[in-house]
Design a protein around this ligand. Structure first.
Ligand code: XIL
Length: 374
């Protein structure tokens, strides 16, 4: 008993020391800092979903309030052959989110990339008819959305259908069904889970031409009486492009069109970009030493510029918090990031908030500090 008192007494003294107050401060997490602002999320890889990357999982539970699967809910994984669905990975992902009380996002139902080959073709190799494609879309969307009804809270229904100049991407969806494939996808998703939030998601969604077409599409979907809740801006951004003001103009325009904005795949590459900020996953560029300059870490000036870029974007998101539903990072640590291999394979990039040793980068504290500024 006496020993217990001594122990409790020591604990009480420790609780009052300035050192401990500092420790508590540095224990502030993104999740708590953004509690009343918007969801703060991350994409999860398979090793994280299966708990093999234990250190990342600890970070996810501590820091994030929302999750999205980085790959395993894309159509090539969910329905590799017609009517043969594979749900093991996605089930595990959703169970993780439920267990940890997270706002779970489904990514993505209709996308021209990471899509199984059979989707657009008949057995004899010809393109399917519009009727068959509608049926396949409906079957895919209905099966997937119903399985997670009430559990996945928001879906990226259509991904990357509009080009920077505002024209429609000439995907097979578009070639076979025209612009209608988009409202149809939203309609099927809504029928499968009337309570789920539904989003249109894309990269480079700050290009004025793209903004104009996406807004027209949002209005058209609404005018048909079909649900659309948000526009997802992927936010794979670089050190210089886009400017914060270009981004702000786009956020304001989407918000004014009557939908929420999700920042869905945030990462800020510290590396030179061969072309700007495209995130078209099929574009690849040959490796070149000059394009991989920071293999051993970022020089101080680049590091400072990179941190400022993150702060500038989060300041912007906070300014527009009433229009923003969620900000999701595209991964946890730099070693997980797809940017190490995109658009040039084999580089060392530093785009995320946790480093290769699972340490919290100093910028996280700065972002948290921004939430306290009035
Ligand atoms: C990326 C994943 O991060 C990679 O692991 C995968 O090899 C390719 O796709 N836009 C999207 C995301 O909507 O699904 C992409 O994710 C990145 C660009």
């Amino acid at each position: 008993m006496k020993r217990l008192f001594i122990f409790l007494g020591a604990a009480a003294i420790t609780a009052l020391t300035p050192c401990n107050i500092n420790a508590q401060r540095s224990n502030a997490t993104l999740k708590t800092a953004f509690k009343d602002t918007f969801y703060i999320g991350t994409a999860m890889s398979l090793p994280q979903i299966y708990g093999k990357d234990r250190k990342s999982v600890e970070i996810i539970k501590k820091q994030f309030s929302s999750i999205v699967a980085e790959n395993c809910m894309k159509s090539m994984f969910l329905q590799p052959e017609e009517d043969k669905f594979f749900f093991d990975d996605a089930d595990k992902f959703v169970a993780f989110g439920e267990k940890n009380n997270m706002f779970i996002i489904g990514h993505t139902l209709i996308w021209h990339s990471q899509l199984p080959k059979w989707f657009f073709t008949e057995k004899d190799g010809r393109d399917v008819s519009p009727e068959v494609l509608m049926q396949r879309m409906k079957n895919h969307i209905t099966t997937v959305v119903s399985r997670y009804k009430g559990r996945v809270k928001g879906w990226d229904v259509v991904n990357e259908a509009i080009m920077e100049d505002g024209s429609y991407r000439k995907s097979k969806f578009y070639e076979i069904l025209g612009e209608d494939f988009i409202p149809l996808a939203f309609q099927y998703a809504h029928e499968a889970d009337p309570d789920a939030e539904l989003y249109y998601n894309d990269y480079n969604e700050w290009y004025p031409g793209k903004v104009a077409t996406v807004i027209k599409m949002v209005k058209d979907i609404k005018a048909r009486g079909i649900r659309i809740d948000g526009v997802g801006m992927q936010a794979h951004v670089g050190m210089d492009t886009p400017s914060v003001s270009e981004y702000e103009t786009a956020i304001s325009a989407y918000a004014q069109s009557g939908v929420k904005v999700n920042i869905t795949e945030l990462d800020i590459s510290a590396l030179p970009s061969p072309w700007g900020t495209s995130a078209n996953v099929s574009d690849k560029i040959a490796y070149d030493e000059k394009m991989n300059p920071y293999k051993k870490g970022l020089p101080a000036d680049v590091q400072a510029g990179w941190e400022k870029r993150y702060e500038d974007f989060f300041r912007l998101f906070l300014k527009h918090k009433n229009s923003i539903r969620r900000v999701t990072l595209w991964g946890v640590t730099d070693s997980q990031s797809w940017k190490n291999d995109f658009p040039i394979k084999g580089r060392t990039d530093y785009p995320l908030l946790f480093d290769r040793q699972y340490r919290t980068k100093p910028v996280v504290g700065k972002i948290i500090q921004l939430t306290k500024e009035k």
